[in-house]
Design a protein around this ligand. Sequence first.
Ligand code: PMV
Length: 354
Amino acid sequence: MLQKNQIEKGNLQWKCPSNIALVKYWGKQGKQLPSNASLSFSLTAAHTITSIDYEKKDKTAGISVDFLFEGKKNEAFARRIFNYIQSIKDRIPVLNGMHLRISSRNSFPHSSGIASSASAFGALALALKDIDTILTGKEVYDENFYREASELARLGSGSASRSVYPGFTVWGKHEAIAYSSDQYAVQLNQDYIHRDFVSQKDSILIVSRSEKDVKSTAGHALMQGHTFAQTRFRQAQKNLGELVHALKNGDRGKFIDITENEAMSLHAMMMTSNPSYILLKPESLIIMEKIRSFRKQYAVPVCFTIDAGPNIHVVYPEDFESRVKDFIQSELLVYCDAKQWIDDGMGKGPEKLK
Ligand code: PMV
């Protein structure tokens, strides 16, 4: 615990990975609560590093924030961050009267369909929770720390709740996982993951780097009153139950069926919403078809998933890395924007750098 008159200032830095959802969160209710449970695995190359210099100014004053994104001022992001911190400040009373200098950097292009908000809010939530931990003298990075960081992250961006852990993560109440919750994500117990799935690769093919026409927030909102909404939420719950089972039993066929079915269902929701919109590009479809025929022809357990954007995540076990990378390089990169891709895969989870 801090002594009276001790200066409450310091700095810290957290790195948090993005994650790729295999069962998608699409549609929310109440205060950023999911309409269905989702399941993802955390990545490594795609991440955000967030540093915070904090200093207590005046306990009676509010919180002030300076925000730099990739070393530059960014008004739109700064506003979102400020509003977010205001919205969670009651959960972290030590933030009252603080000046926060926040600086954030992504390892990948933002708004390109790679879940930049997941790693960004993951890193920010971890850093804010860490300030709380330090200033209240707890400094224990246990299960509670990460659970609370997950809950804080969720309030910034739903998918961010899943980024604060390594491995497979579930956010949203589901009967197959007794300890799951709508409030925060939980890590799937490693004992329940078959060895064939402990090391997944995700090669992210950048079909387009341009900003998305319809942001996720608008997409979630379009699920309200969507003709297929209730069916979709039931489908996701069922898919998640079956995927958990497949992960435990090493059922690669089922893993592939569910992963691709989820990607298709997510984009079907967008195409059939009112108004309708399409985020996939012709190149996305070509890549998807090529992956399916490659899998069929060579019996390689590779599949695709897609987030809210045109980019294709090629998911496969590490054992098949060189085979799949040869295929990507020789047949798929030609459909990418400037042949760009991110060589990613399951990582070790978030890390405190300073
Ligand atoms: O966390 P948000 O609001 O950016 O929504 C993310 C939604 C998807 O990435 C499409 C799916 C998911 O579960 O990550």
